[in-house]
Design a protein around this ligand. Structure first.
Ligand code: PMP
Length: 364
């Protein structure tokens, strides 16, 4: 059988593995940080009506500039943002890919702080950008001093700051973001995929955009908006950044169906985001109850929790799966990661995990 390694594939893609979080049909799936609450039915009906309207016009290409959608995102984000400052694509993965295509590429570098989102190195590889991985402080924190020292040492063309960080959940302080934005020569991307789950009062990097034309804030509808299946990500930046991205996007990259669906969801943003506080509550419950079971949860500003104190992550992962609960082994020794689900799903996870609790194991 032919493997891709036998083909005349690019040398820099040899030996790499594709993104591959398991997609299994299980009663309780808490492995890819989705919002596990379904879309409210009245919102779904409005989205269907809008998509139906778009279908009648599918003989024509969609609005290449997705103007109405950019206006809706600017309104949703606030902070005085204008539509010219907004870009969108099929998931924030594609938004990040556009940024790497425009500002990275052969002979250029992108810097990140490991462990961080696993797609950053893959997107870098796909665009021929050299990925540089710098270290974090103890407990996966990232201080302004540590981050700026790495920026000075490597002088990257792009910096990727994940705020809060996936897979660790670690919040990133606005001081670190500001310090990196002011020290870096290149483009600084703040990936705020999970920012809606941060503790109330946490400032967004959107507050730093004014006067910083190389700063980019990336967002997604996949998490807080419960819209992962629709594939809609977006960013806010200086209009010049948006102009650069027009050079690398495929024409009409956002389908008319995607635009209609996203506009429908944004028209009901309050309802779509209504579950965020509930999910944050379940995340806090997970942190509390894991600690009581004898595990070591890391502080999280997101909708998931990384926890240590797991002697055999593979065995616990498999044990939970046998009980119908899918979580994530992200390969950090002694840890596992779980998404905060509905109250019922979270209960199912905690009850299944209790069988593997260090507190119980040492009591036996
Ligand atoms: N950034 C981070 C930190 C993520 O965890 C994810 C998804 N897991 C993404 C970006 C991409 O999400 P999407 O393409 O669905 O917007």
């Amino acid at each position: 059988m032919t493997s891709f390694e036998d083909l005349p594939i690019r040398d820099d893609l040899r030996g790499r593995s594709p993104y591959g979080a398991p997609q299994k049909s299980v009663p309780v799936a808490l492995n890819v940080n989705e919002n596990t609450h379904p879309i409210p039915e009245d919102v779904a009906h409005d989205i269907v009506a809008r998509v139906a309207g778009a279908i009648l016009k599918l003989n024509r290409y969609p609005d290449r500039e997705f103007t109405e959608l950019r206006e809706a995102f600017a309104r949703y984000l606030g902070h005085g943002l204008r539509a010219e400052q907004i870009w969108a694509a099929n998931g924030s993965n594609e938004v990040l890919q556009h940024l790497l295509q425009a500002f990275g590429g052969p002979g250029r570098t992108a810097l990140g702080f490991a462990p961080t989102y696993s797609m950053y190195p893959l997107l870098s590889a796909g665009t021929g950008t050299e990925w540089i991985s710098a270290d974090r402080d103890a407990g996966y924190e990232l201080s302004a001093e540590t981050a700026v020292a790495a920026v000075r040492r490597h002088d990257p063309d792009l910096v990727l700051l994940c705020a809060p960080n996936n897979p660790t959940g670690t919040p990133l302080s606005i001081d670190t973001i500001r310090a990196v934005a002011d020290a870096a020569r290149g483009i600084v991307i703040v990936d705020e995929a999970y920012i809606e789950f941060a503790d109330p009062g946490t400032p967004s990097a959107l507050t730093l955009l004014e006067g910083r034309p190389r700063l980019v804030v990336s967002r997604t509808m996949s998490k807080a908006f419960a819209f992962a299946g629709a594939r809609v990500g977006y960013l806010a930046a200086d209009p010049a950044v948006v102009d650069a991205l027009r050079l690398v996007r495929l024409p009409y990259h956002l389908s008319a169906l995607t635009q209609a669906a996203a506009l429908g969801a944004l028209a009901h943003s309050d309802e779509m985001l209504a579950m965020v506080a509930d999910i944050r509550g379940q995340r806090e419950r997970i942190e509390r109850e894991l600690a009581a079971l004898g595990f070591s949860p890391y502080p999280s500003g997101s909708n998931f929790v990384l926890f240590g104190g797991v002697d055999d992550p593979r065995a616990v992962f498999e044990g939970l799966l046998e009980r119908g609960v899918l979580i994530r082994d992200i390969g950090l020794p002694g840890t596992l990661r779980v998404t905060a689900g509905t109250e019922t799903e979270t209960t199912a996870f905690l009850e299944a995990l209790a069988a593997f609790a260090p507190a119980r194991v040492s009591a036996n």
